[in-house]
Design a protein around this ligand. Structure first.
Ligand code: NAD
Length: 293
C-alpha cells in the first residue's frame, strides 16, 4: 500500500521541493499531502507538481499555529492515516534581542516549536495505536550549536531537539521512528526574508557597538555565507527522501558535511568553551572581516 506523507510549509523552499520529489517517485510509493498556511500561494507548488497533482499529490490548508486547521486537515485524510509526518514549516529570525519584541519572539517559538507540538498532539495518538509511523522534522544545525544574533531562532530549534530526544524514547516503545534533519544554510525564501527583516530592523534600541556589529559584521557575513556555503532546497529534499525511505532511519541527520566539524566540536567538549571560543575568533578575528574586537 502507498504511504501517506503529510508535509507542512509547502508553498516554498524545502517543503515544496520535498513534496514534489516524493510525488515524482517512479515507484509511486507515496501519496503526498502538501500543506500550506495560505492556499493563495499554491501556484508554484502546483506548477512544479505538474501531472502528479491530484493523484500523487494533493494540496491542503494547514497553519501550524492553529489547532483547528491541523485537525480539519488531518480529518480530511482517509482514515486520518498519516504514515510519515514531515514538520517543515518554520520561520527565521535574526538580530540583537534589544531590537526584538517579546511578541515577535513568541511568534518564532509558536511556529518553530509549538507548531511541531500541535502537529504531534493531533497525529501521534493515531500512530501509537497503529504502532507505525515516521516523524521527520526539518530542524537545523542551529538546533545543536547557537550562532551570533540567532539567539531566539536557535532557542526555538534547541527546544525541538530536547522535545524530540525525550519523545524518541517513548516512540521506540510504540515502534515509531523519529528523525531530525539538520541542514546548514539553504537558499530559500527563509534566507531572503530573514535578511530583508534584518536590513530594515530598527536598531535605535541597541547601543552603537551592537548596531555596528549586526550591520557591519553579521549581515555582511550572512550574505557571504549564503552566497558561498549554501545548499539548495532540492539537495536538502534529496537527503530527506533518503531518510524517509531508509529501513532504519537515523535520529539525527546532517545534510551538509561542511557543518559536521561544528557539531562534532560541540559534542567533543563537555565544558562547552571550545565552540564558543572558535565562533568568537571566527566572528571577531576573521582577517577578511577587517574588524577590531
Ligand atoms: P521557506 O521560508 O521557503 O519555507 C518555510 C515555509 O514555512 C514557508 O512556506 C512558510 O510559508 C511556512 N510557514 C511559516 N509559518 C507557517 C505556519 N504558521 N503554518 C504553516 N506554514 C508556515 O524556508 P525553508 O528554508 O524552506 O524552511 C523550511 C524549514 O527549514 C524551516 O523549519 C527552517 O527553519 C529550516 N531550515 C532552513 C534553513 C535555511 O537556511 N533556509 C537552514 C536550516 C533549517
Amino acid at each position: 500500500a502507498k504511504r501517506n506523507v503529510l508535509i507542512t510549509g509547502c508553498s516554498s523552499g524545502i517543503g515544496l521541493a520535498l513534496a514534489v520529489k516524493m510525488a515524482r517517485d517512479e515507484q509511486k510509493r507515496s501519496k503526498v499531502y502538501a500543506t500550506m498556511r495560505d492556499l493563495a500561494k499554491r501556484a508554484a507548488l502546483e506548477e512544479a507538481a505538474g501531472g502528479r497533482l491530484g493523484t500523487a499529490l494533493e494540496v491542503k490548508q494547514l497553519d501550524v499555529c492553529d489547532e483547528q486547521s491541523i485537525k480539519t486537515c488531518v480529518n480530511s485524510v482517509p482514515d486520518r492515516r498519516i504514515d510519515v509526518l514531515v514538520s517543515n514549516a518554520g520561520k527565521g529570525f535574526i538580530g540583537p534581542i534589544e531590537c526584538q519584541t517579546i511578541d515577535e519572539m513568541k511568534t518564532v517559538m509558536d511556529t518553530n516549536f509549538f507548531g511541531l507540538v500541535r502537529l504531534l498532539k493531533e497525529i501521534l495518538p493515531d500512530m501509537k495505536k497503529r504502532k507505525s509511523g515516521h516523524i521527520v522534522i526539518i530542524n537545523s544545525v542551529m538546533g545543536i550549536q547557537g550562532i551570533l544574533f540567532n539567539d531566539v531562532y536557535a532557542a526555538s530549534k534547541f527546544a525541538v531537539e530536547g522535545f524530540c530526544e525525550s519523545l524518541a524514547i517513548q516512540a521506540l516503545k510504540f515502534k515509531l521512528q523519529l528523525s531530525l534533519i539538520e541542514p546548514g544554510p539553504v537558499v530559500t525564501e527563509f534566507e531572503r526574508k530573514a535578511l530583508e527583516d534584518g536590513m530594515k530592523m530598527d536598531l535605535s534600541a541597541a547601543d552603537k557597538e551592537i548596531a555596528e556589529m549586526f550591520t557591519n559584521i553579521y549581515l555582511k557575513n550572512y550574505k557571504r555565507i549564503f552566497q558561498s556555503l549554501r545548499q539548495s532546497a532540492e539537495d536538502v529534499a534529496e537527503h530527506t527522501v533518503k531518510v524517509i525511505l531508509a529501513e532504519n532511519p537515523p535520529f539525527r541527520y546532517q545534510t551538509d558535511t561542511l557543518y559536521t566539524p561544528m557539531t562534532t566540536l560541540k559534542y567533543a567538549d563537555p565544558n562547552g568553551d571550545q565552540p564558543i571560543d572558535i565562533f568568537y575568533k571566527m566572528v571577531f578575528h576573521h582577517d577578511s572581516l577587517q574588524c577590531k574586537s
